[in-house]
Design a protein around this ligand. Structure first.
Ligand SMILES: *Cc1c(COP(=O)(O)O)cnc(C)c1O
Length: 401
């Protein structure tokens, strides 16, 4: 075969295109030795808050730190339970545990792959007791107060925030968005009759700028967005050893700052994010047109009123591993997000969940495959991917018939 390999994700091209500008930025940091804090960081924080339509953005050292600091700053910790989904990256639950709380799961929706809000309601009504003293609820399983919900805007699509926020109000719960895959995604709220950007609906939201995310640094980076001034202040302290003034430690914190050079790099790339997201959406539409009528494959579902930013393009097929092998043999990169649900991970054996507890997540884990998706993916590359996929599902559906 003479065809060029098709990467799952092309991180080289954007850096080649922006190289001169990025190098100049690094040089400027060298000349001023402004590596920690300072104007580059503050400028990026202002710009990203504006992009998300929030009042505050606090840069931190990773998405995981953002996910840890947000609940901590909201007073969630020892003796609390936090509910999230089992189909996510482990950082979501690491953050809950490391904040001192215990994670619990509800299953995902079979179409959107984000939190199933009917299951969330059922969980609140049947698996929690009302606690008359605090207007909140106590989880049967953990025997601890349920303090927060962390919905994950998976693959670039926002969870059903209207219902989640409604339930959170009723049960006195904090909502923290895991927006690590959803920079610039939008959700149309029927309650408020307006659109919201990811990161602006919860009490706070966590973003990751890991290199492969829709907005990625050249290393580790993350941020918390919020409209809550006090929360922003606390997170600024948490990322910097609990100090607002040097060597005056109001609380014990962490070393979780965002480097100035990374902030400067992110600021340059942020200028391209809207256009990159549009390109991802165009690629998704093209996949949809090329694969749309095929039997034996389930394509991503996007509700009519929101706007997904396709961090990943995830399809479902039977014999997924076989399709992945076929694509690998044709030099086409793929991924699986995620192969083992969190409740079945060895790390979470102590949570006491078993196979069958979250059937949608479990079924999906065996069937999902992430196809190449990045802003520079060309129609010709997509045709080659689609050709392989169609041949495969044609063969397997013929066998099944
Ligand atoms: C990437 C990611 C994280 C973690 O972000 P890091 O910057 O790698 O720490 C958390 N949650 C989700 C859903 C992610 O995709």
């Amino acid at each position: 075969m003479t065809s060029e390999p098709i990467p799952f994700l092309d991180l080289c091209t954007p850096h080649r295109e922006l190289e001169a500008e990025l190098l100049q930025l690094v040089q400027q940091a060298f000349r001023t030795a402004g590596f920690i804090g300072g104007p580059m960081l503050e400028a990026f924080e202002r710009a990203f808050a504006e992009f998300c339509s929030t009042r505050y953005c606090v840069g931190v050292s990773s998405g995981t730190d953002a996910l840890r600091f947000a609940p901590m700053a909201a007073g969630i910790g020892n003796g609390d339970t936090v509910v999230t989904v089992p189909n996510t990256f482990i950082a979501t639950t690491e953050a809950i545990t490391q904040a001192g709380a215990q994670p619990e799961f509800v299953d995902i929706d079979e179409r959107t792959y984000t939190m199933d809000v009917d299951k969330l309601r059922e969980y609140l009504e049947t698996m929690c007791w009302p606690d008359s003293t605090t207007r909140s609820v106590i989880s049967h399983r953990t025997g601890k107060r349920l303090a927060a919900i962390i919905p994950v805007h998976l693959y670039g699509q926002m969870a059903d925030m209207d219902t989640i926020l409604g339930l959170a109000e009723r049960y006195n719960l904090v909502v923290i968005e895991d927006a690590c895959q959803a920079h610039g995604a939008e959700y149309f709220s029927k309650r408020q009759t307006r659109s919201y950007t990811a990161g602006s609906m919860g009490r706070a939201a966590a973003f990751s700028f890991y290199p492969g995310k829709n907005l990625g640094a050249c290393g580790e980076a993350g941020a918390v967005t919020t409209n809550d001034e006090e929360l922003a202040r606390t997170i600024r302290m948490l990322r910097d050893h609990g100090q607002a003034k040097k060597y005056y430690h109001e609380i014990e914190g962490y070393n979780g700052k965002l480097d100035a050079i990374q902030a400067g790099i992110l600021q340059i790339k942020l200028g391209h994010l809207a256009e990159w997201n549009e390109k991802r959406r165009t690629c998704a539409q093209r996949y949809q047109e090329m694969l749309g009528s095929a039997e034996g494959i389930i394509l991503p579902y996007e509700g009519s009123s929101g706007k997904a930013v396709y961090h990943l393009y995830v399809v479902r097929v039977h014999n997924r591993d076989e399709l992945q092998r076929r694509l690998t043999a044709a030099a086409i990169g793929t991924g699986i997000h995620y192969p083992i649900p969190l409740h079945q991970q060895s790390a979470y054996r102590t949570l006491g969940y078993k196979r069958g507890d979250f059937p949608i997540t479990e079924r999906l884990a065996a069937e999902i495959l992430s196809l190449p998706m990045f802003p520079g993916l060309t129609p010709a590359q997509q045709s080659r991917v689609v050709e392989q996929v169609l041949e495969f599902v044609g063969l397997t559906t013929a066998q099944a018939a």
